[in-house]
Write a protein that binds this ligand. Structure first.
Ligand code: SF4
Length: 303
C-alpha cells in the first residue's frame, strides 16, 4: 500500500528520495510542487527526472480524501466538507473566510478534526454524544487543510477545533502542526495555529514545552468544578489544576490563553456565574470567548 504524502515531513521525504538514489534537494522540489503549486500528480513535476517520478509514484500517494458533501453558507464565506477516509469513516473540516477589513488583510481559517468521534462526551456536542471511533493519523489532518488549498483557498490560520480532542491524539496532532508550519510545506506561522482542548492538563504542560509556540484555547464552560463536571463529564482535573497548567503555558510561551465558554440558556449563563468567572481568571492575561451553543437534538440545551 502506498504511503500518504500528507503525513511525510521534509526530513522523512529526504530519506525516501535517498532510498531511491536521488539527491536530497529533490524532496524540496516535490514539496514546492505540492504545497505551493498544487500539483496533484508526479507527472506534473516536470523538473524531476521521469524515472524518479515513476518510482516515487509507486511509493507515495498524493491523493486527497474524496469530498462526500460540500455545504456552503448563504454568504459563500463558510464551507464545510465531509471527507471520506480510506476505512469508510468520515470526517468534517470547515473553512471560514473573513473579508478584508480596512487596515487588515483577508483571513481564511481552516478548522480541522483530529479524531473520528470524541471520547470527551461534552453534553452540548453532537460529536461527543456519538462517542469515540478512532484517532486520525497526521496525514488525515494535513489532508483536511490541503483539500481547501487544492481548491485554491489558502488558509491564513488553522485551528484544531473540529471533531475530537487534539491533546488526546498528541503525536499525530503535533506532527500535523510541524508539517503545516514548515517553510518547505505550507509555511503557516505558529502564531496562526491554535490548538483547542477540553483541558487535558498533561497535554497542556507538554504543549508549553514545545519549541514551536502555537496558540492555546481551553474549553472552560463553567467557573466551578461541579458545573463543569455536568457539562464535560469526563473532565477529571479540578479547574485550579487546569488554570495552573494554563499559567505554565503562558509563562513559557508568552501567549495569552483563550478560554472558550459556550453559553447554554439557564445552565451556565447567569450573572453570578459571570462574576465567578471573573474571579477565577482575575490577574491572568487571557481572553474569554463567549460562544452561543449550537442546537443539538437534546432539547434541554438551548441557546
Ligand atoms: Fe465535542 Fe470537543 Fe467536547 Fe469532543 S471535546 S465532545 S468534540 S466539544
Amino acid at each position: 500500500m502506498k504511503q500518504s504524502i500528507w503525513g511525510v515531513t521534509p526530513a522523512e521525504l529526504e530519506d525516501i528520495v535517498a532510498t531511491v538514489g536521488a539527491e536530497p534537494y529533490r524532496a524540496r522540489q516535490i514539496l514546492a510542487w505540492l504545497y505551493q503549486r498544487n500539483a496533484a500528480s508526479f507527472d506534473e513535476m516536470t523538473d524531476l527526472p521521469a524515472g524518479l517520478r515513476s518510482v516515487l509514484d509507486n511509493r507515495l500517494d498524493l491523493s486527497l480524501p474524496p469530498v462526500l458533501t460540500l455545504q456552503e453558507a448563504d454568504d459563500g464565506l463558510t464551507r464545510k466538507l465531509l471527507l471520506q477516509l480510506p476505512d469508510g469513516e468520515t470526517v468534517e473540516t470547515v473553512l471560514m473566510q473573513y473579508p478584508e477589513a480596512p487596515g487588515s488583510r483577508e483571513r481564511a481559517t481552516v478548522c480541522v478534526s483530529t479524531q473520528v468521534g470524541c471520547a470527551m462526551g461534552c453534553v452540548f456536542c453532537a460529536t461527543g454524544q456519538a462517542g469515540f471511533v478512532r484517532n486520525l493519523p497526521a496525514d488525515q489532518v494535513v489532508a483536511q487543510v490541503m483539500s481547501f488549498v487544492r481548491d485554491v483557498h489558502r488558509p491564513t490560520n488553522v485551528v484544531f477545533m473540529g471533531m475530537g480532542e487534539p491533546l488526546a491524539n498528541y503525536a499525530s496532532m503535533w506532527k500535523a502542526v510541524e508539517i503545516l508550519n514548515d517553510g518547505r510545506c505550507l509555511g503557516l506561522g505558529a502564531r496562526h495555529i491554535t490548538v483547542s482542548t477540553v483541558g487535558l492538563v498533561p497535554g497542556i504542560r507538554r504543549l508549553a514545552r514545545e519549541k514551536l509556540q502555537v496558540n492555546l484555547a481551553v474549553s472552560l464552560h463553567a467557573p466551578n468544578d461541579a458545573l463543569r463536571r455536568q457539562l464535560i463529564p469526563t473532565t477529571g482535573q479540578p479547574i485550579a489544576e487546569l488554570l495552573a497548567a494554563c499559567r505554565e503555558f503562558f509563562e513559557a510561551s508568552g501567549r495569552r490563553v483563550t478560554f472558550e465558554y459556550v453559553l447554554i440558556d439557564g445552565v451556565n449563563d447567569s450573572r453570578d456565574l459571570a462574576r465567578e468567572l471573573t474571579q477565577i481568571l482575575r490577574g491572568f492575561p487571557c481572553h474569554v470567548n463567549l460562544i452561543p451553543v449550537n442546537p443539538t437534538p437534546d432539547a434541554s440545551i438551548r441557546r
